[in-house]
Write a protein that binds this ligand. Structure first.
Ligand code: UD1
Length: 422
């Protein structure tokens, strides 16, 4: 199993090109199943979750081809199975996203019910309730969600909780429903908007994506389309935190800083100088130690839970004490114990972590537990004195494209090595 080895202590300096957004490309690839013809999706990041999604679509019979610069063509005309099996769903919960498109376009779907995951129980009840409101018959049997519908019908759906993939599933299903669907308390994440824009380019009629009320007028059919995925705001934020922690200066290019307001405000509070253009953002820490920041995670446009672990890492070496409250997932402090192995002073009580900044961390072997937690461990390794080895980096590969190459390009002493023991 691959590991990442880091010799800490080098400030990150330079320019890094941001990849397409993981959380946008997954629903977009899946939404291509709604079309009557092939779709071409570009700016696709090279990630394990993309490979898993391609395998999922391929097993269902879609034809896939990969072109230059990670452009993927998906042709759904050869679809013949409508099932997402457990072996794929258990490695990627976002597989649940096939449910809406399959029921809407093909009238049936079997999707293995995702179990618990490292960061919490993560139910999918709101996905199922939304599809039922659209007229689908949904049953959970033998560990599978089985859904059927001859023709979905528009409905007014009020989401109990803001859910990103839940909103996306219902949005995709509603595009081919008869009549009007209104999704209230919808997720407002930029990735939901990117999916809506993709669907609109296929011929869907959608208004209000990006607000908390999305209205969809169902259409009879959708066409294949050509689309470029938006840049990854979480990847951008991760490199900027790396610059702040190491006292460096990093410019992220091909980015969309407008999607990072909450994160950039907190980075400014650490004492960093931040400059933005339309498609780039630069953070300069000028060799200073960051100040701690208090954070409460919230749905967009609030502070993203997917940046919580990185800011926990930042607070470990910051001046002062930072309080981080996680409101989205109940078990998202798995990185804390690993950071403590590097010398961090953190106490966790329920949803809150209190982090007292220490003057330095010391390298040690540590273990990645989930995707964003792994990123925080790599960031901590960049400042720790000596050698840090991060094990189980397959978590990182799910969501960060060539992270060690990108960090090496910024001057970090980082490399991928083989397993400790067979
Ligand atoms: C998505 C993102 C993930 C991010 C998360 C929150 C993708 C592929 N993943 O995950 O990176 O961390 O949004 O921004 O886009 N909930 C229910 N019932 C449901 C669905 C969700 O109670 O049916 C709860 C969850 O347990 C959680 C909250 O709603 O407490 C938000 O989760 P949700 O937005 O659904 O997360 P995902 O869409 O799985």
């Amino acid at each position: 199993m691959a590991r990442i080895q880091i010799h800490g202590g080098v400030p990150l300096e330079g320019e890094v090109r941001i990849s397409g957004a993981k959380n946008a490309v997954l629903p977009i690839l899946v939404a291509s199943l709604l079309g009557d013809g092939p779709s071409r999706v570009s700016n696709v990041p090279h990630l394990q979750d993309v490979t898993t999604t391609m395998e999922l679509l391929g097993r269902m019979g879609a034809q896939l081809s990969v072109g230059d610069g990670m452009q993927i063509e998906i042709d759904p005309r050869s679809m013949e199975h409508y099932e997402a099996p457990y072996d794929l769903v258990k490695t990627m919960r976002a597989s649940i996203l096939v449910l809406g498109p399959l029921v809407a376009r093909y009238g049936r779907a079997i999707v293995s019910l995702p179990g618990g995951c490292a960061i919490g129980s993560r139910p999918v009840d709101l996905h199922l309730r939304g599809l039922q409101a659209l007229g689908a018959q949904v049953e959970v049997r033998n560990g599978n969600i089985e859904a059927r519908a001859d023709q979905l019908k528009g409905a007014r759906i009020i989401m109990d909780t803001v859910t990103v993939t839940g909103t996306e599933n219902i949005l995709m299903a509603a595009t081919l429903a008869r009549g009007t669907t209104v999704i209230e308390n919808a997720a407002q994440e930029p990735e939901v908007v990117d999916l809506a824009d993709f669907l609109i380019s296929m011929g869907a009629k959608i208004h209000g994506a990006g607000s908390n009320t999305i209205t969809v007028e169902g259409v009879d059919r959708l066409e294949g389309t050509t689309y470029s995925v938006l840049p990854d705001r979480i990847e951008t934020g991760t490199y900027l935190v790396g610059a702040a922690m190491t006292g460096g200066r990093v410019r992220c290019t091909r980015s969309r800083p407008a999607h990072l307001d909450a994160v950039l405000n907190k980075l400014a509070d650490t004492g960093a100088d931040i400059h933005v253009g339309e498609d780039w953002v630069e953070l300069d820490m000028r060799g200073r130690r960051p100040r701690s920041v208090d954070i409460t995670t919230a749905p967009y446009p609030g502070f993203p839970t997917d940046m919580q672990a990185q800011f926990t890492a930042l607070n470990t070496i910051a001046e002062g004490t930072g309080v981080i409250t996680e409101t989205i997932f109940e078990n998202r402090f798995m990185h804390v114990q690993e950071l403590q192995r590097l010398g961090a002073d953190i106490s966790v009580k329920g949803k809150t972590a209190i982090i007292r900044g220490v003057s330095g961390l010391n390298g040690a072997p540590i273990m990645a537990t989930d995707l964003r937690a792994s990123a925080s461990l790599v960031l901590a390794g960049l400042v720790a004195e000596g050698v840090t080895i991060v094990d189980r980096v397959y978590h990182l590969d799910r969501g960060y494209e060539i992270i060690e190459e990108k960090l090496s390009g910024l001057g970090a002493r980082i490399k991928r090595i083989g397993s400790a023991a067979a």
